[in-house]
Design a protein around this ligand. Structure first.
Ligand SMILES: Cc1ncc(COP(=O)(O)O)c(C=O)c1O
Length: 397
């Protein structure tokens, strides 16, 4: 009898791990390594939010809380969804988890049965397909390539939907491409979804506040009210408020789904950290003026990075509309040899050569489109060889 769960056979270890291990080895050996592999803002959590965390400790708010979040934070989420997204939710329709990641995982665990399909546009955030696999579902990877600005087309969505489709995972602005859907582009997708009432929408709005050039963020339930009863709107404080380590994410959706997610959380982690919840109340209710300032900082970095990458021979970098990544194609470098004499056979080989020869650690694009999906029903995704670079302060020099 095997000791390890058969479920784990379906889940591939993160293809980025080899890269970060190698980066760490090189650092330990004394090499000067610039690491561009982690997706988090490099600035500190704002002082008012840190103060709210300290005040929670001093006030003894250090005990168990309601499993899926304190009422104050649920109310702050309702107010935020109304203020920023014109969405009306009651606190009973809101759940708080240990990061957006747990919220997504709870939703999939609470709803997927064997054979259920989840449509995931590629390039995607590396965790989606593996989370679906862990929850017993089948990821259906649909190409949203460079020719459509890395946006899923209504035709591709229509073709991917089957009677077994349970969810579409929708992430705008996207990790890793930075592609975002304006109202018209999103409406084209919601029109398809309204024709398929069995398909639910799991929308990952993590990068809502990091958009550029006047882009107006919109989310599916806001654009198409008919989808309200089958949409889970997920978001969190990690990226916008520089709170990745505090681990608070949230979602709003139909009460029945929220109750099922609470059940999953009650038998795994129980409540998210009480202190972090109080800090998140301050994040959502407190001053919001630094959000556009941070987005402007990321835009300046984006402009610098995109122009420098496009100046580099063999690299073509589209301009992202949001999030803090760039997704440059290195298709023209494939088959060539690096300065150090290594054959660039694919994007992983490029990333390895970049790390070994130039001391820069990045994630290779295949991690977000092809090889991460052990049992995805579509493995032949035609995304160009690419790299993923978070726009850290390291880039500004
Ligand atoms: C698209 C996307 N969704 C969700 C998450 C997870 O966020 P959290 O740190 O709140 O779990 C990330 C983090 O990288 C992300 O990029």
């Amino acid at each position: 009898m095997p000791f390890l769960s058969a479920t784990l056979d379906r889940v591939k270890p993160s293809p980025t791990i080899a890269m970060s291990n190698l980066a760490m080895d090189l650092k330990a050996a004394g090499r000067d390594i610039i690491s561009l592999s982690a997706g988090e803002p490099d600035f500190d959590t704002p002082e008012t939010i840190k103060a709210a965390g300290r005040a929670a400790i001093d006030a003894g708010k250090t005990k168990y809380t309601v499993v899926d979040g304190i009422p104050e934070l649920k109310s702050a989420v309702c107010a935020k969804l109304k203020r920023d997204n014109a969405l009306e939710y009651e606190p009973a329709q809101v759940t708080i988890g240990t990061g957006g990641k747990q919220v997504l995982y709870n939703a999939l665990m609470a709803t997927l049965n064997p054979g259920d399909e989840v449509v995931i546009p590629a390039p995607y955030w590396v965790s989606y397909p593996d989370m679906v696999q862990l929850a017993g579902g089948t990821p259906v990877i649909v190409e949203a390539g460079i020719d459509t600005g890395f946006r899923l087309t209504p035709e591709a969505l229509e073709a991917a939907i089957t009677p077994r489709t349970k969810w579409l995972i929708f992430n705008s602005p996207s990790n890793p491409t930075g592609a975002a859907y304006d109202r018209d582009a999103l409406q084209a997708l919601t029109e398809v979804l309204t024709r398929h009432p069995h398909v639910w929408v799991l929308t990952d709005d993590m990068y809502e506040h990091i958009t550029f050039d006047g882009f107006e963020f919109v989310t599916p339930a806001q654009v198409e009210p008919a989808l309200y009863d089958r949409t889970l709107t997920m978001n969190g404080v990690s990226k916008a408020y520089a709170m990745t380590g505090w681990r608070i994410g949230y979602a709003a959706g139909p009460q029945k789904l929220i109750a099922a997610m609470r059940k999953v959380q009650s038998q795994s982690t129980s409540n998210p950290c009480s202190i972090s919840q109080w800090a998140a109340v301050e994040a959502l209710n407190g001053p919001q003026d630094f959000l556009p300032e941070n987005a402007a900082l990321f835009r300046r970095r984006r402009d610098l990075v995109v122009s420098m990458l496009n100046d580099a021979q063999g690299v073509a970098c589209p301009t992202p509309q949001g999030a803090f990544y760039v997704y440059p194609s290195i298709a023209e470098c494939i088959g060539k040899t690096s300065a150090g004499g290594q054959l660039i056979s694919d994007d992983e080989a490029f990333a390895m050569a970049l790390l070994e020869e130039a001391g820069v650690a990045v994630v290779f694009g295949a991690a977000s489109s092809r090889s991460a999906t052990a049992n995805a029903s579509s493995s032949d995704i035609n995304c160009p060889p690419a790299l993923v670079l978070p726009m850290h302060s390291a880039i500004e020099g």
